[in-house]
Write a protein that binds this ligand. Structure first.
Ligand SMILES: Cc1ncc(C[n+]2csc(CCOP(=O)(O)OP(=O)(O)O)c2C)c(N)n1
Ligand SMILES: [Mg+2]
Length: 407
C-alpha cells in the first residue's frame, strides 16, 4: 500500500501547524533604488564625507584611465575598467573600519586603492607578476579574485572564524551581477544567513557579464530580491550615488556588527567601458544605451550636490583633478620600471605545505631555466668567438687595406 492509498495519510496542503519561519515582507527591497544626491535627504549628509567621496571618485576615474593606457603600452596584461562604477567601489572602501575585511573581485581595484593600498601593488595580479602584490593580512583586503564568486564563501568563512574567536570584524564582499549565478553565491548566502554571519554582500549590477545582459542572467525581480530566499534583507541602491551606497552599506555593516546577520545589497550601475581592454562592447550594446548612463555619471552627481551646497567651486575641482593627476603620474613612473621577478616565486604561497606535484614542478622549472641559461651562455661564448674571429679578420683586412692605402 502506498502512502496515497492510506486513508488520511496524505494531505494536499501542509498540516495546519506549518507557517513561514519569517515574515518575508521586512526582507524585501524597495521598489526603486535608494537615492540621496539631489534629494532633500542629502541635506543631512556630512560635508566631510561628501568631499572625501568626491576626491576618491575623481582619483578612481583617473586611475582607471591610466591603468587602461598602461595595457596599451604593454605594461599591464589586462585591465577591467570600473569607469561608471566608481561610486559603489569607493563607498565600499570608506564604509569599513580598519579592522574589517574587504573581499574584492578583479574589477574592484578602486575599492582597494580607496582603502589606502599601494596603487601599484594593486595592479600586480593584473600585470601577471605575482599572486597578489599586497599583503592581505596586513591590509585586510583579500587578493583580487578572478574565479567568479569564490570570494564570497571566503568572506563568510573569515567572518565566521572571526566571530568564533571573538574578534569584532565585519567582512564586505563584492560580486558582479553575473557572479550571482554561481553556486558559490548560493552557498555563501545560505551559510551566512543560517549562521547570522557578520558579512555584507555587495552586488555591483553593471548590466553585463562580459556580453551577457542581465535579462539573460536572471529572471528575478531584482538581484536584491534573491536575499529573501535566504532569509536576509535585500537592499536596492542607486550604485552611481556614492552617498546612497555609503548609507545603505553603513546600515548593513552596523547591523552585521551588532549580530543582526548578513545583508545583500544590489547597487544598480553600469559598466561604461568594455569588459576589459580585450573586449569590444560595440558588438553587443548600443551607443545610445552607454550615453544614457553617461548622463547619470557618479562624479557629475556628486559634483552637482557639492556645488549646490557651496562645498565645491572651480578651484576645488582643479585641486581634486591635480591630486588625481599626481596619482596617475606616480602610477606611470613606477609601472614603467621593469619588475624584478624570481620565477621560483610562482610556487611560493600556493599551499601552506608544498604538495609533491608542486615540488616536482618547481624542480623541473629550475632545471629548464638552468638549461636555458647554459644554452644562452654557450651561444654567447660562440658569438663572442665568432665576433672575435670576424673582428680579427677585419683587423687583418683593415691592416692590409691600410697597408694597401699607403702603398
Ligand atoms: C568561475 C568562473 N567562470 C567564468 C569566468 C569567466 N568570466 C570572467 S568575467 C565573467 C563575467 C562576470 O560578470 P559579472 O559577475 O557581472 O562581473 P563584471 O565583469 O561585470 O564586473 C566571466 C563569465 C570566471 N572568471 N570564473
Ligand atoms: Mg556585471
Amino acid at each position: 500500500m502506498t502512502v496515497l492509498e492510506q486513508p488520511g495519510a496524505y494531505h494536499l496542503s501542509p498540516p495546519p501547524g506549518w507557517r513561514p519561519q519569517l515574515d518575508p515582507a521586512p526582507l524585501l527591497p524597495d521598489a526603486e533604488p535608494h537615492r540621496m544626491l539631489g534629494t532633500d535627504a542629502a541635506a543631512g549628509l556630512d560635508p566631510a564625507l561628501l568631499t572625501r567621496l568626491y576626491r576618491e571618485l575623481v582619483r578612481g576615474r583617473r586611475y582607471n584611465e591610466q591603468a587602461t593606457a598602461l595595457t596599451k603600452q604593454g605594461r599591464l596584461a589586462v585591465y577591467p575598467s570600473s569607469t561608471g562604477q566608481e561610486a559603489a567601489q569607493v563607498a565600499a572602501a570608506l564604509v569599513l573600519e580598519e579592522r574589517d575585511w574587504l573581499f574584492p573581485s578583479y574589477r574592484d581595484t578602486l575599492a582597494a586603492v580607496a582603502r589606502g593600498l599601494d596603487p601599484v601593488e594593486v595592479l600586480s595580479l593584473l600585470r601577471g607578476d605575482w599572486h597578489s602584490g599586497y599583503d592581505p593580512r596586513a591590509t585586510r583586503v583579500a587578493p583580487l579574485c578572478t574565479p567568479l564568486a569564490t570570494q564570497l564563501p571566503h568572506a563568510v568563512g573569515l567572518a565566521h572564524a572571526a566571530r568564533l574567536k571573538g574578534d569584532d570584524v565585519v567582512a564586505l564582499a563584492l560580486v558582479g551581477d553575473g557572479g550571482t549565478s554561481e553556486g558559490d553565491f548560493h552557498e555563501a548566502l545560505n551559510f551566512a544567513a543560517v549562521w547570522r554571519i557578520p558579512v555584507v554582500f555587495l552586488v555591483q549590477n553593471n548590466g553585463f557579464a562580459i556580453s551577457v545582459p542581465l535579462a539573460k542572467q536572471s529572471a528575478a525581480p531584482s538581484l536584491a530580491h534573491k536575499a529573501v530566499g535566504y532569509g536576509m534583507p535585500g537592499r536596492l541602491v542607486d550604485g552611481n550615488d556614492a552617498a546612497a551606497v555609503h548609507q545603505v552599506l553603513q546600515e548593513a555593516v552596523r547591523r552585521a556588527r551588532r549580530g543582526g546577520g548578513p545583508t545583500l545589497v544590489e547597487a544598480v550601475t553600469y559598466r561604461v567601458e568594455a569588459h576589459t581592454n580585450a573586449d569590444d562592447a560595440t558588438r553587443y550594446r548600443t551607443d545610445d544605451e552607454v550615453q544614457a548612463w553617461r548622463a547619470h555619471d557618479p562624479i557629475a552627481l556628486m559634483e552637482r550636490e557639492l556645488r549646490s551646497r557651496g562645498l565645491l567651486d572651480d578651484a576645488g575641482v582643479r585641486e581634486a583633478a591635480a591630486g588625481a593627476e599626481e596619482l596617475a603620474a606616480g602610477l606611470r613612473a613606477r609601472m614603467n620600471q621593469d619588475p624584478e621577478l624570481r620565477p621560483d616565486d610562482l610556487f611560493a604561497q600556493v599551499y601552506a605545505e608544498e604538495t609533491v606535484q608542486l615540488a616536482e614542478q618547481r624542480t623541473r622549472l629550475a632545471e629548464e631555466l638552468a638549461e636555458e641559461l647554459a644554452a644562452d651562455e654557450a651561444a654567447r661564448q660562440d658569438g663572442a668567438q665568432h665576433d672575435g674571429d670576424q673582428h680579427d679578420g677585419a683587423r687583418t683586412e683593415g691592416a692590409h687595406g691600410a697597408e694597401g692605402a699607403t702603398r
